[in-house]
Design a protein around this ligand. Structure first.
Ligand SMILES: Cc1cc2nc3c(=O)[nH]c(=O)nc-3n(C[C@H](O)[C@H](O)[C@H](O)COP(=O)(O)OP(=O)(O)OC[C@H]3O[C@@H](n4cnc5c(N)ncnc54)[C@H](O)[C@@H]3O)c2cc1C
Length: 403
């Protein structure tokens, strides 16, 4: 995105919401980054999160943060030192394997970039990122075990209703509650569409012991195994664990219609043999060793042309606003860029009212995220095409530019 009006916003504040209560619903990377930025600017912020407490398991692959978005937001929040303490220095080690489990590309001998180098995208475990963002907030900021059910207009703000908890009032609400946002319908009827790709996610603790061959190849980074329209993606996690995804094209309802129980190891092994026919048994070890159940992840994407009229006391950010396939590594970066821009809109003094500030933020956010959503869809098609192994290998070798 072009630097534009939100780059380098002033911290001499003419705040739009100086005495009002801001409720951020959802304590993912987007919501917690926004909470940090608003709190540092002096706003009264609460984050309402459905997880029971901060120790709830954070699933998912490590996240690579980009200079103009994820890293820019952390820098603005003063959290780069904490990030440098916790990032995973070897996570950009990248290996491509074929179904026979032969390495066809590895950057292990290359000099890889570091902080200060162009194009460096340091990676961090999701749990570590969440902890950095939580530790920087005032202790009472996040209200755990608050699963938002619905909202009703009240006065100039909103009454938030939670499952089995008392309702609370907020003057201004930010929906940061992820892909299945309960808040999004209060702004738009537009819904994300199924991308045609489903992933199933697993986690292996003590991976050095349980999957020794793949773990040795992994070397703290990531492995991408590409086959004929199907693939396996895996990456290092904290504390010697490895996360993986089986990723393939499937009908939208595959999770319910396939008859496959993601909690039944024998069924999973049979499914692997029929769906990943001819793949080396070394890949099968992932299913033999993983914790169960696996997590189904049908991959959705927002309509790139989505729009809605701005409201003065409600907005969206992150996946709630623009869920997209993970194949360009942009989801979390867009969420954190949203935090940066929304905080700027509310605190920089550029806009005279919340309505104009929100309208400007949302216009920029939709345009920027639509571009990344299209890129993510295109990458998803390439990674699940019949020529994925050759195309992606050529890309990583630098002989093909993927637009
Ligand atoms: C399989 C997969 C792999 C991915 N890999 C990458 C990657 O490599 N790089 C990348 O950049 N992105 C990746 N993404 C996308 C990335 O995870 C998201 O874009 C990012 O987490 C969005 O952050 P967020 O804060 O908007 O939402 P989320 O991370 O979804 O956080 C939302 C929070 O809201 C809470 N919540 C939800 N509903 C409610 C409710 N009703 N009430 C209260 N709280 C609620 C949730 O518990 C959660 O804590 C991947 C996504 C998937 C599915």
């Amino acid at each position: 995105m072009a630097p534009g009006r939100f780059a380098g916003y002033k911290t001499t504040l003419i705040m739009l919401l100086p005495t009002q209560q801001v409720a951020i619903v959802g304590g993912g990377p987007g919501g917690l980054t926004l909470a940090n930025l608003l709190q540092q600017a002096g706003l009264m912020v609460r984050v309402y999160e459905r997880d029971i407490d901060r120790n709830a398991r954070v699933q998912g692959s490590p996240l690579d943060l980009h200079e103009e978005s994820g890293l820019a937001a952390l820098r603005k929040a003063g959290l780069m030192d904490a990030f440098k303490t916790h990032f995973m220095p070897d996570a950009d080690h990248t290996v491509i394997m074929n179904p026979d489990a032969e390495v066809v590309f590895s950057n292990s001998e290359d000099k890889r970039p570091g902080f200060g180098d162009a194009g460096f995208r340091p990676e961090i475990d999701r749990g570590a990122l969440r902890n950095i963002l939580l530790d920087a907030l005032h202790p009472e900021t996040v209200v755990w075990n608050r699963h938002l059910r619905s909202m009703t207009p009240q006065g100039a703000g909103w009454q938030l209703q939670f499952e089995e908890q008392d309702a609370v009032y907020a003057d201004f609400v930010v929906g940061a509650d992820g892909a299945r946002s309960k808040i999004r319908p209060y702004l738009t009827d537009s819904q994300a569409f199924y991308s045609g790709i489903t992933m199933i996610e697993g986690l292996i603790e003590d991976a050095a012991e349980k999957i020794p061959f793949l773990y040795t190849v992994l070397r703290g980074g990531k492995i991408m195994g590409f086959g004929d329209g199907i693939n396996i993606l895996m990456g290092q996690k904290e504390a010697g664990a490895v996360g993986f995804y089986f990723s393939f094209k499937a009908d939208k309802q595959w999770v319910s219609t396939s008859g496959l129980s993601l909690n039944n190891r024998n069924q999973l092994l049979q499914w692997f043999k029929s769906r990943y026919t001819g793949w080396n048994p070394v890949w099968q070890e992932l299913l033999e060793q993983t914790a169960l159940p696996l997590i189904p992840r049908p991959i959705y994407c927002i309509p790139p042309d989505q729009t809605w009229p701005a409201q003065a006391n409600l907005t969206l950010m992150g996946d709630a606003a623009h869920v997209m396939p993970p194949f360009a590594g942009e989801g979390v970066n867009m969420a954190m860029r949203d935090a940066l821009e929304l905080a700027a809109a509310l605190t920089s003094g550029t806009d005279s009212s919340p309505a104009t500030a929100i309208a400007a933020y949302e216009t920029s956010m939709r345009s920027r995220s639509a571009e990344k959503a299209l890129e993510s869809l295109q990458n998803g098609e390439r990674m699940h095409s019949e020529t994925a192994l050759d195309t992606m290998t050529a890309f990583f070798k630098g002989t093909v530019a993927i637009q």
